[in-house]
Write a protein that binds this ligand. Structure first.
Ligand code: AMP
Ligand code: GLY
Length: 434
């Protein structure tokens, strides 16, 4: 089959690599891609958020399947335009992508489907925000209702800071969600959906904050690993039964079937599992770790989702190894990333055994040299026999890469490798999970 991948991040580089190892994929294109993707397959410089441009490209390439990586094209209706033109698409419609695009919409669906999540209040002005903060108490959680690339959330004990974030969201013309604070470790579970059937991938954990020890502001994600040895037995099935299947059924009931990947962001709290958020696409950088272990051909899986045939697909198969992805970010990320700096050592890092470099914010300058062009520049994925081994490989790789002023976390997957993640009892034992 001929596949077109939309997007330009590390996630899309990982998807492209996985599709290249699927023998049923005969032709692969990406738009717009990045320097890493461009080294592997033809890329096309179009606006990935423009439904007409993407549809025109799919027509020109005679694509059998279009895979949409990021959220922005989903929200701008690219999948709808493609479906109308008759293309099978991996990625939800604009209406179904509201599960990610509007946190208030997601809360509504969860309420209808009795899915466990944080208590929340919607506020449209500073008075309402203040009342909601006081009703729910500290630590305060304030979320921009719309899309904010993982950066619209503030978690703080400082009431003034919480209010200032709410005000900034109002100034931007939006509303905010004030939420109950969820304690306990986080899990990202990707669930492939075809509108009715759901198929889980291996769980991963993401590291959202910029600095070691989970300090500093939230980012799009600074690292990830998969699988999770420490999660309670039966957790994936519980998430399917209590979260993914009810949400997919509810979306179908609304006449907006969810086709694509439902990213369930979960907290294992002292009161049981809770949904933190949904995304309507693969997570970045979790995908870089998750797909590094995938043995099932990815193209066939995504095509089954697009065509409503997931019920005919067997369980997903995985390599026994563990994968760790560490993100290299530009100086100034997440606030004001500096771009245009020379990158060196990528090829050297890739020569290490069990090491892959997945590029994100990279491009070639006029001399054809690799330079940074975004906040998260690349991620280095180590595949090893266990977490300790995979971490060593990933860090050996990233140490070979030079980028002026760049930053990366040294503690990705460290707690899990040392066995010091605490799962609250209520989330650890099935009979307690309320
Ligand atoms: P989101 O954009 O909703 O995924 O939030 C980004 C990050 O903020 C999450 O991964 C959590 O680390 C944190 N966060 C979001 N909501 C809550 C909550 N209710 N309680 C505690 N932490 C949260
Ligand atoms: N890694 C978090 C996200 O993709 O939203």
């Amino acid at each position: 089959m001929k596949v077109l991948v939309i997007g330009s991040g590390g996630r899309e580089h990982a998807i492209v690599r996985a599709l290249l190892s699927d023998s049923s994929v005969h032709e692969l294109h990406a738009a717009p891609g990045n320097a890493g993707i461009d080294g592997l397959i033809p890329t096309h410089q179009i606006d990935p958020q423009d439904p007409a441009e993407v549809t025109e490209l799919a027509r020109r390439l005679d694509s059998d399947l279009v895979v949409i990586g990021p959220e922005a094209p989903l929200i701008s209706g690219v999948s709808d335009a493609l479906r109308e033109a008759g293309f099978p698409v991996f990625g939800p419609s604009r209406e179904a992508a509201a599960l990610e695009g509007s946190k208030a919409f997601a809360k509504g669906i969860m309420a209808e489907a009795s899915v466990p999540t944080a208590m929340a209040k919607v506020a449209s002005d500073i008075m309402e925000a203040g009342e909601a903060l006081d009703a729910l108490g500290a630590p305060y959680v304030v979320k921009d209702d719309g899309l904010a690339a993982g950066k619209g959330v503030v978690v703080t004990r400082d009431r003034d800071y919480a209010l200032a974030h709410a005000q900034a969201c109002f100034d931007g013309g939006g509303q905010v969600l004030i939420e109950e604070f969820l304690d306990g470790p986080e899990v990202s579970l990707f669930v492939i959906c075809d509108g009715s059937t759901v198929v889980p991938l291996a769980p991963a954990q993401d590291f959202k904050r910029i600095f070691d020890g989970d300090e500093g502001p939230n980012t799009g994600g600074m690292g990830a690993y998969s699988p999770l040895e420490w999660i309670p037995e039966g957790l994936v099935q519980e998430v399917i039964d209590r979260v993914a299947q009810p949400v997919v059924d509810q979306m179908a009931h609304h006449g907006t079937p969810f086709i694509g990947v439902l990213y369930c962001g979960l907290a294992l709290t002292s009161r049981g599992i809770r949904v933190i958020e949904f995304n309507a696409r693969f997570g970045d950088p979790e995908t870089q770790a998750v797909l590094a272990r995938l043995r099932t051909p990815l193209g066939a899986l995504l095509m089954a989702s697009a065509k409503g045939q997931l019920a005919e697909v067997g369980p997903v198969r995985w390599a026994p190894e563990t994968a760790v992805a560490v993100v290299l970010a530009a100086e100034g990320y997440p606030e004001r990333p500096r771009t245009g700096d020379r990158l060196r050592g990528v090829r050297k890092a890739e020569q290490l055994e069990g090491v892959k470099v997945l590029q994100a914010g990279t491009s070639l300058d006029e001399q054809g040299k690799l330079v940074s062009s975004g906040g998260r520049v690349l991620s280095v994925v180590g595949l090893g026999t266990d977490l300790v081994d995979a971490r060593e490989r990933a860090y050996a790789g990233i140490e070979l890469i030079e980028l002026d002023g760049s930053q990366y976390r040294r503690d990705i997957a460290a707690k899990a490798a040392w066995g010091t993640i605490d799962v609250p009892a209520a989330s650890a034992r099935p009979e307690n999970r309320g």
